[in-house]
Design a protein around this ligand. Sequence first.
Ligand code: DAT
Ligand code: MG
Length: 238
Amino acid sequence: MNSRIWRSAHCAARSILSAYSKHSSRAFSGGRAAGAASVVSLRGVASSLALHGSGESANASRTWISGILALPAAAYMIQEKDAHAAEMERTFIAIKPDGVQRGLVSEVISRFERKGFKLVAIKIMVPSKGFAQKHYHDLKDRPFFSGLCDFLSSGPVVAMVWEGEGVIRYGRKLIGATDPQKSEPGTIRGDLAVVVGRNIIHGSDGPETAKDEIGLWFKPDELVRYTSNAEKWIYGDN
Ligand code: DAT
Ligand code: MG
């Protein structure tokens, strides 16, 4: 008797989850709302069923009902996770020609990766001086502007987009202060660079610059959207 009940609960679970995944492919927010609505409507059905049962069959239906109630909740949690991923913050990070030439590409990537941030775009290119001037346009009045743009366009740059909760601000922490003499040990510039003119890495300094820089360096279809297997261990509330 019980195994039949659980088999039918299992079937119901599968159809609920597949209905949810169809919802989620259409719209994250729609799926989230649908999840919440179904929890409410199933709860109503469950309480009316429980009222009508008695004895062993009432116990069996209570077990079945609590199982079935858990399923929309599970589906709702999946929706929450997907919605979370869809809203994730992104930043632009570049390893400048000095970092590339010194063989520090894997070191920099590893620090962002080990933190738990997700790489969603990467390419290597030699930017032209005009492109470097666009990238550093906010510094055009500084005395070092021309030299800085010459340097950025002097060799290969590894351009990346990293994604994660708070990645813009925390990415800057991983990078360290602009002048490596002032960067804390443990930061990328603190550990791996000595002077401001060769500080090996660039990182966006705010949401607006992140958006502009990602748009300058990457076409929208160069950004890869995927779910990392590690995400369920990196994010979570207790
Ligand atoms: P950051 O790269 O930390 O965002 P920034 O945007 O003020 O710093 O400057 C961009 C780059 O310009 C910086 O990484 C190195 C160079 N730079 C900054 N200040 C400099 C200075 N006083 N002399 C020479 N180069 C400088
Ligand atoms: Mg800057």
